[in-house]
Design a protein around this ligand. Sequence first.
Ligand code: G1P
Ligand code: ZN
Length: 532
Amino acid sequence: MDQRPGTAGLRKKVAVFSQAHYLEMFTQAVFTTLNLRSGARLVIGGDGRYFNAQAIQRLMAVAVANGVREIIVGQHGLLSTPAASHLIRTRQAHAGFILTASHNPGGPAGDFGLKFNTPTGGQAPEQVTNEVFRVSQQLQGYSVATLPHIDLARIGRIEFEGVRVEVVDPVADYSRLMESLFDFDRIAAWLASGRRVCFDAMHGVTGPYARQILVDRLGAAPESLLHAESLPDFGGLHPDPNPIDAAELVARSRADNPPDLLAASDGDGDRNMILGPRLFLSPCDSVALMLANITRIPGYQGGIPGVARSMPTSRALDVVAASQGLPCYETPTGWRFFCNLLEAGRIGLCGEESFGTSSAHCREKDGLWAVLFWLNLLAVDGRSLPGMLSAHWAIFGRHHYQRWDYDVADASRASDLMAALRNLLPALRGTNPAGGVIETADDFHYRDPVDGSESAHQGVRLIFSNGARIVYRLSGTGTSGATLRVYLEQHVTTAEAIARSTVEAVTPLGRLAAQIARIGHHTGLAEPTGMI
Ligand code: G1P
Ligand code: ZN
């Protein structure tokens, strides 16, 4: 069992996960660590990828042997990650298991994953996941009960030997939650007036959610949905809502007479990408505009206590927060860092540059929530998305933003690069390599304001006096080699600089970033392998 320490679950190829005892051993390690009281209640659901249904039966058998007496599971084994988080909270479950490898490919040759959430609905904290890892190294075996086959297709309750399994409609509770936050009548009227939305479910779990909410409830035309059937192999696609993997949606946004809002979500429904007519909305701008308009949305009318963004996410959010006198927390990359802040009531909106946005309505990022937020906002505002964005930039300035990724086959070369860069920091401070003085050159260190826990080495930051910023960090989610992520940001305020293209605005910064860190020298890569 080689769960990577510090991650909220286990993610492996299907071939590895489906081996005899593999899933059982991991599940046992979780139960041994959590030490739930006998009679505990669990929520289980997944993104529908290959091996989902089988894995759920096997997981339930270990759960029951470990004293679980009540299981709430989505019909057909489906639950989007945010819907699972919501169910864990409202049903006061003692834990939740989400079967997903997020935006990674599915099918027999694809990936599978299993993660567990705490009773808050949030991802387990690092101390707990590290303990699961430790336990998994020492486990000699696992407990397993013999269960009758549980028909996940039929909604209803099944009882046997003191155990109750409730198969629930995966969408119903989530849909009610959305209706409590957003003005559905207003969105429906906006759509009825001829406005159009296009949502790409990428054959992931959000298909049935989008059909019930956008089409059946809000009246969007059925052809507004793309790839809306949940498929075990995601139709062979890579269910990741970014401009490259959702190229078809991007093409639609650029075609004649494009819809007013276009959006996509990933395999398990927690990520979102928002597009407008001929417009890509950076996730960093999206969360900033959400904050600027937050009280126009019914669920947030009373305002929110504060906001947070992951460190590499652009500072567009900070500028809006400052204008409203709200605290803006800067956390390390990874959703779980937001969970403590949400749970403590310190924040009511948070986002990551990697297409993750959410609020305090659950403890995960939430793709469809972001889409509904934008639909509601467009409906109350009346302007187009490009119109709203330009008006926002005219007030707050624009944070041109891009991420350059370098896939390095030999992981040790990438760590050498980071080590060399860290050594360089004292010498960089106060220098003026291009149009701005480096005022901050550090390795981001986070102290959680709620529980005081410390997270060191979360990425190197170079913050310039002229509104520029370069961040370097190594990806923590890859399965082979290493990915160096370089995040480039340039804040500008003049009309001319705002109108400039992002590529034009950040390319000099990207070149400088490569030169400072000697990326070519360390990795042999003259150019990034990907730009988002
Ligand atoms: C990536 C994203 C990060 C996100 C994570 C899980 O991690 O950058 O924001 O929280 O996936 O979805 P990374 O590969 O950069 O460590
Ligand atoms: Zn995901």
